[in-house]
Unconditional design. Sequence first.
Length: 401
Amino acid sequence: MSEGQGRHFLQIPGPSPVPERVLRAISRQVIDHRGPEFKKLGQEVLEGSRAIFKTSGPVVIYPSSGTGAWEAAIVNTLSPGDKVLMIETGHFATLWRRMADRWGLTVDFVPGDWRRGADPNVIEAKLAEDGQRAIKAVMVVHNETSTGVTSRVAEIRKAMNRADHPALLMVDTISSLGSVDYRHEEWEVDVTVSCSQKGLMLPPGLGFTAISQKAIAASKINRMPRSYWDWSEMLNSNVNSFFPYTPATNLLFGLREAIAILLEEGLDCVFARHERLAAATRAAVRAWGLEILCQTPSEYSPVLTAVVMPAGHDADQFRQLVLKKYNMSLGAGLSKLAGRVFRIGHLGECNELVLLGALSGVEMGLAAAGVPHRAGGVAAAMTELGAHQADATPMRKVAAG
Ligand code: PLP
């Protein structure tokens, strides 16, 4: 699309659009990462990140993608041959499992159909069976971005406590942090993994691990080699608000601004806005007569909705048409869902009218692609949003710039 034809609609479930305020915060001269100005920035982002993860403990920030933070979680806490319990919720759980295999862990991978979240009862049963306490970690993806299913982490923690099992709990919040209620400390999570380019509304390039004291204790005795990802050097430097190697300074300027935006709106309001937009999206999908991939209403994702394409129609061709005709990017089906689903992202810098624009593009695209559906999805979404009128977000400062 050329300039002057309106803006691109980036409706994939991350990277998500970056607010103007964040873009402006990033767009400035680099500073000395060992100087006094950086020390203030380091202090603010390390402190601010704790508020977002809801922890009083350390949050380590890497110049990396989320995959790097996955690796940091593994190499800092586990030893080759350790047994871990993982749940097949979708593509990203499968990739994390592959990484665990490569690091020589023995993975008990509970199979799943990619339509529901990690079942706390299954986790409890697996841990109860583990009389030898061989399982060293339970590793789950909070929001499975490939399927639009959000696992119930608080219930998983309760299940682990009921089994009275000492395994570490590690949670991937890569596509949930800053969009879905999450409480690292209250839920006694040991390692929370996340990244910058989704709910935090930043460009890609920062990876995070929030760490419990139990995880730090594990990192002192585990036997996995690491250097770049080593928590101890990070934590030592972070005490003085510095980093052991060159940090992604300008992304940290952006992080400081993004945290301010989230806290100005209030995290509870941010989460409620995501819930509203997700409910409206599901209302549209149902009105079109299409199927939502997620099978469990209590696990519907506030971040994205994966829509099953009717048999005989290719979701990727549909997405290409929508991109070409309406300048909107929708999320692709990943690995075994390729061509079978498309994903609508409704996270981060998104409000009612942005969502309705996106849903209009989907509805027009369905008609243009000859996909069997009923009209009226956008109207159904408007009705759903109208039902929540009292909570509707007034024009956020972020949108007004
Ligand atoms: N985990 C989840 C749930 C994701 O959605 C993604 C990426 O979309 C990843 C892990 C991998 O993160 P990254 O691509 O930043 O390395």
